[in-house]
Design a protein around this ligand. Structure first.
Ligand SMILES: C=C(O[C@@H]1C=C(C(=O)O)C=C[C@H]1O)C(=O)O
Length: 368
């Protein structure tokens, strides 16, 4: 599929000073006081230019706080008048779009659970026809680049020319230690596919907890994202949604101060030789890794032949659990992170079973 996006030359989602765009504000609008107190705190953090607040909240299970609704839009307006910050909220239906625009919200975003559904995205696009308001599109909950692109295209066809994307991570069965797995290669692929669309990272939803925010924000900056959206609340511990992942405005200031903005095309002239030597070493080690993987795979195929000859199950759960346990404790002794090694061995095991299944045993091969 060819992509032809008609985008405005300038975007509110790109800064001109080389620093990342910072969007901050509570997960949910809860009360006028909470909004104003948070906004006043944020107005004192110079990097913050856009104030976010969820007005309608899609919740995984019913019964939780589902957003304050329309009244929160008035508070957003007050925030803008008092602080001069631009305002942003999530929209999921045509009615949300109409209400938000009526109250002068500056920027809209489409949430991950909406991006997955082309019907919903089209409904939003139709409601936006003829109104060129900046819109951000969060990644769909599943790592599907085409679905993400499709949502951007639908909005663009409706006439939205200032588009941005938000990387909020991906829901998965086992996303530990994250709330949503970042799958950084997806952000990387997005930037490769759509370099013209500013990409904002949402570390709050990737982290799910304050303690991971700094590391995730830095990893995002290392990927040269254009900005960060960080949930901020005047009193996070009593927040009605996402209490564990929100920071205070002061916490946000400290977090931003700790981040290093890397330069896209910086070179290491002073350490050029050292860098080249280290890269040679990486090349050598990667070759060794591949040699070891190939040897392991050939041993696994031999095991597969024995199993087929004896009508044994290819998957041997007891053995597999033992392998994983031993590899993880070895990894721990070597100072490697458990989640990393676990993910690699899960892939290795899947491939091992796949190659065993595909191995043809000559004596029992079907005669054609
Ligand atoms: C290689 C085997 O087959 C499968 C693959 C395993 C592996 O790659 O380590 C372990 C257990 C089995 O599920 C085996 O049975 O030993």
């Amino acid at each position: 599929m060819t992509k032809t996006l008609n985008l405005s030359a300038q975007s509110v989602f790109r800064t001109t000073n080389g620093q990342p765009l910072i969007i901050a504000g509570p997960c949910s609008a809860e009360s006028e006081e909470q909004m104003l107190e948070t906004a006043r705190g944020l107005a004192a953090v110079p990097e913050v230019t856009i104030f976010r607040a969820g007005i309608w909240k899609p919740r995984t299970r019913p019964g939780a706080f589902e957003g304050i609704g329309k009244v929160g839009l008035k508070w957003l307006k007050t925030v803008k008048e008092e602080t001069g910050l631009k305002t942003a909220c999530e929209v999921a239906t045509a009615e949300h779009v109409n209400d938000a625009l009526k109250q002068g919200v500056d920027i809209l975003w489409v949430g991950a659970r909406t991006t997955v559904n082309p019907f919903s995205v089209q409904e939003i696009a139709d409601a936006l026809e003829g109104v060129d308001v900046p819109v951000l599109v969060k990644n769909p909950v599943n790592p599907d680049l085409q679905l993400w692109l499709g949502a951007l295209e639908r909005l663009n066809r409706a006439g939205i020319t200032d588009l941005g994307a938000i990387h909020r991570g991906f829901s998965s069965f086992d996303s530990k230690p994250y709330r949503n797995h970042p799958k950084w290669n997806m952000a990387y692929e997005f930037k490769k596919l759509l370099p013209e669309i500013p990409l904002i990272c949402d570390p709050s939803h990737i982290a799910g907890k304050r303690s991971l925010l700094q590391q995730i924000s830095q990893e995002a900056l290392n990927l040269q994202v254009d900005g960060l959206m960080i949930e901020t609340h005047c009193n996070p511990d009593v927040a009605l949604s996402d209490a564990a992942q929100q920071v205070t405005p002061e916490g946000l200031r400290q977090l931003l101060d700790s981040l290093v903005v890397t330069v896209a095309n910086a070179t290491a002239t002073a350490n050029e030789e050292e860098l080249a030597e280290l890269r040679n070493l990486i090349d050598y080690l990667d070759n060794e890794l591949i040699n070891v993987l190939a040897r392991r795979s050939s041993v696994s195929k031999q095991i597969g032949i024995i199993k087929k000859e004896n009508k044994m199950n290819l998957l041997q759960t007891g053995r597999w659990e033992q392998v994983m346990e031993q590899r993880l404790s070895k990894a721990q002794r070597e100072g490697l992170e458990e989640n990393f090694v676990k993910a690699i061995f899960q892939e290795i095991h899947q491939y091992s079973l796949h190659t065993q299944a595909a191995t043809v045993v000559p004596e029992i091969a079907p005669q054609v």
